[in-house]
Design a protein around this ligand. Structure first.
Ligand code: 9MG
Length: 272
């Protein structure tokens, strides 16, 4: 994982992170990969399609999702991480807000932590600092249960940029090396359609922060609102948004449609 980050910083290369939700209720692929063997098979197929990182999550963060207990989350993610680690050397990311899950996932073979809560839970920074793993710090307003109720910003791009810089400062103070930090504006997390479009347009501002920017727009409801399309019919919109984000400086992309996104980004990279 560190070599991926080093490449991005040194050569401006890019990487796709394939999404592996091992939850019964994820918004875009709910329940499809909640058996260990099916989950590993899907991870390996995303690797074959060009993913360099697999992001494994056992708690849905879709708007309105109910939280799960540590025990439930561990039961979902740990066997999949162990099985994938036995079969592949791909970088594994644990998508969790809970320090206990982060620690168990790292012990099971995860290489990085993706936290939609930006390591704000008590003990999360300590776990990641001690393990020395790269981290992705995401912005959100509110909690998954309430975040879409009535999000408010004066200047969404500026507020997200300030939040991400402060989150990174807090992690560095807590012992996480600056070269292990990625930041993410958190599309759809406490944002209106207008907020999401402003963030996409303002991705270049976020890329002026001294950290690689990861974007996750894949199949999100912003495209449902903009285009009136159902979740399984948002691939073109998602790839288009990834291309826009790339052109504004983002270099990490959390996606469902790995092959299509990789093709688009290869074209972008060939002319940049
Ligand atoms: C877990 N998860 C769901 N959406 C996400 C996004 O946009 N970014 C990151 N980093 N994680 C996400």
């Amino acid at each position: 994982m560190l070599s991926i980050l080093e490449d991005i910083k040194r050569t401006g290369s890019w990487a796709v992170m394939g999404i592996l939700n091992v939850t019964p209720d994820s918004f875009s692929d709910g329940g499809r990969y909640d058996r260990c063997d099916a989950a590993v098979e899907h991870a390996l197929s995303m690797q074959a399609a060009g993913a360099r990182i697999i992001d494994i999550g056992g708690e849905s963060t879709r708007p309105g999702a109910e939280p799960v207990t540590v025990q439930h989350e561990l039961k979902r993610v740990v066997p999949v991480i162990e099985a994938l680690r036995r079969q592949s050397d791909i970088a594994i990311s644990i998508d969790s807000m809970k320090p206990e899950v982060m620690q168990a996932a790292i012990d099971a073979g995860a290489d990085m932590v993706n936290d939609v809560n930006a390591l704000q839970a008590q003990g999360a920074v300590e776990v990641c600092a001690r393990a020395g793993v790269p981290v992705c710090l995401m912005h959100k307003q509110g909690t998954p249960q309430t975040m879409q109720d009535d999000p408010q910003y004066r200047d969404v791009v500026e507020e997200v940029a300030v939040f991400l810089q402060q989150a990174a400062d807090r992690c560095i103070e807590g012992g996480i090396a600056a070269d292990r930090i990625m930041v993410d504006p958190g599309f759809g997390f406490g944002k209106t359609l207008e907020n999401n479009l402003s963030l996409l347009k303002g991705t270049d501002r976020l890329c002026r922060l001294p950290y690689p920017v990861l974007v996750g727009v894949s199949r999100k409801s912003m495209f449902g609102m903009l285009l009136g399309r159902e979740v399984d019919d948002r691939m073109v919109a998602s790839v288009t948004a990834a291309v826009i984000a790339y052109q504004k400086g983002a270099r990490l992309f959390r996606v469902h449609d790995v092959a299509e996104t990789c093709d688009a980004l290869k074209v972008c990279a060939a002319v940049s």
